[in-house]
Design a protein around this ligand. Structure first.
Ligand code: AVI
Length: 320
């Protein structure tokens, strides 16, 4: 049976309002969740394949190696809720490892990609209740209850997307995960991928790839604002910049104005001089200890941490 998509996707007025508020703020910013229109989602998939972008392949390696152990800790008849399900590749590894998974709720902001991934999963896992929900998950969501009985709820948040939230927002989000993980007959947990701190050189290379795909991904945000809310950004007047901010423990992505210019969006005008920047993304990295301390603020305790041989990436299982 094809899974019925629940559409809670915000409309363009939210994109417009949040972008204008961000461009009026000091320092100027644009929300990174808006990277993922159809083109942005496609570019992100390509970034994940790049030799410099180590997180995806390293996390998949950790999952393939340690999932039997993770699945034992999770237990049988789980309902899995994934935030930012994307192409739906990692969930297959998890569903294959779990003992009789009951339900899978996939939440993503990219509607078409979600629809496709959910229909393929419904075909390949007919015994699992697949529930696609198209939504911006950065604030609280009313999720559907599964049709199948389940024992515990496990939140799956791979890819180090938690790093795209500032630490205080990450704690607020994990508090919502904790509330969700309490649903079911038994307390559940959070299986989460977290990128590790490492050399500046290695991190900066991952966000400044030789093919320029990350630059395209960053600039695509301006293309989206032009198309969807009638902005008039000249793409060749902007340049991608990504650097490691040691004090923050985050890689920062910016779009830097290459000249003096005025941009119009829906009756508002924004003036930029050469060198002015718009902050588009943070990607926080944590040591295992730092992340365990952060998760503790949300009520979680560590039940296991797995890393690769080079200590590039970590996967945590946290319980209540
Ligand atoms: C989705 N997120 C974890 C990616 C990251 O690494 O922060 C997004 C990304 N930005 C640039 N490259 C990839």
């Amino acid at each position: 049976m094809t899974a019925q998509l629940i559409d809670l996707q915000p409309d363009n007025s939210t994109l417009l309002e949040e972008s204008i508020a961000g461009l009026k703020a000091n320092p100027r910013r644009l929300p990174c969740k808006y990277f993922y229109d159809a083109e942005g989602a496609r570019l992100f998939e390509q970034i994940c394949e790049l030799p410099e972008y180590y997180p995806t392949r390293t996390e998949i390696g950790i999952l393939k190696r340690f999932l039997p152990e993770m699945a034992r800790l999770i237990g049988p008849r789980a309902r899995v809720v994934e935030y930012g399900s994307g192409e739906g590749l990692k969930i297959r590894l998890l569903l294959d490892a779990l003992q009789t998974p009951a339900a899978y709720t996939a939440i993503d902001i990219s509607r078409e990609q979600l629809r496709l991934a959910a229909s393929q999963l419904s075909r390949d896992y007919p015994e699992v209740d697949i529930q696609p929900v198209c939504a911006d998950y950065s604030s609280a969501l009313d999720l559907p209850q599964p049709h199948h009985a389940f024992e515990r709820t496990v939140v799956f948040f791979p890819g180090s997307t938690i790093g795209n939230f500032a630490p205080a927002e990450a704690v607020a989000m994990m508090r919502r995960f904790a509330a969700l993980a309490r649903q079911g007959q038994q307390p559940g947990g959070l299986l989460i991928g977290v990128d590790l701190k490492k050399s500046r050189q290695r991190i900066e290379a991952a966000y400044n790839d030789a093919l320029g795909l990350t630059a395209k991904f960053n600039l695509n945000l301006l293309r989206r604002l032009n198309r969807e809310v009638g902005a008039n950004f000249q793409l060749d007047y902007w340049q991608h910049r990504a650097f490691w901010n040691e004090r923050q423990g985050a890689i920062e992505m910016h779009l830097v104005s290459q000249r003096e210019q005025v941009v119009h969006i829906n009756g508002d005008s924004f003036s930029f001089t050469a060198g002015d920047s718009v902050h588009t993304e943070n990607s926080f990295k944590y040591t295992p200890e730092e992340f365990i301390a952060l998760a503790a603020e949300a009520g979680f305790r560590s039940a296991g941490v797995w890393t690769d041989d080079e200590s590039l990436f970590s996967v945590h299982y946290l319980t209540l």
